[in-house]
Ligand binder design. Structure first.
Ligand code: DQA
Length: 142
């Protein structure tokens, strides 16, 4: 699971949009679900575009699936898209809020066209749905 800029502030950042749970709560929950599903999950957050690019590149040979909320970089980053396009690792794009009912600049994503799927507007539950969906997909394809 990769979280981009400002998602370290979950719980205190605009709680009416992003909820009251913290990034730690989210990571702990996903680890529990991963245990239940018998898969390994690594959780990483960065506010820096280049760090996210590095992390994506480094996942190339050791990761089956990426769950990615790139935050605001979703709407701006050709570099993150190119990193994802350049590795052979499928990913789901996740947004906590329904970006389509928010400002127009949030309606465009550089990532959606190359994602396996997009989960938008389910709050933090969206990450759990994404994890369960990814494991199902991998089990089906292997
Ligand atoms: C977000 C939506 C983005 O537009 C915003 O910049 C974020 C969070 C979401 O999870 O709803 O940082 O990705």
């Amino acid at each position: 699971m990769l979280n981009g800029p400002n998602l370290n502030l979950l719980g205190t950042r605009e709680p009416e949009i992003y909820g009251k749970e913290t990034l730690k709560d989210l990571e702990n929950n996903l680890k529990k679900v991963a245990d239940e599903l018998d898969v390994n999950i690594e959780c990483y957050q960065s506010n820096h575009e280049g760090d996210l690019v590095d992390k994506i590149q480094n996942s190339r040979n050791n990761t089956d699936f990426i769950l990615l909320n790139a935050g605001a970089y979703t709407h701006t980053s050709v570099a993150i898209r190119d990193a994802l396009a350049g590795i052979d690792v499928p990913f789901y794009e996740i947004h906590i809020s329904n970006v389509h009912k928010r400002e127009e600049f949030r309606h465009n994503s550089y990532l959606s066209a190359i994602a396996v799927g997009v989960i938008v507007g389910f709050g933090l539950d969206g990450y759990e749905y994404a994890l369960r969906g990814a494991v199902r997909l991998l089990n089906r394809n292997h």
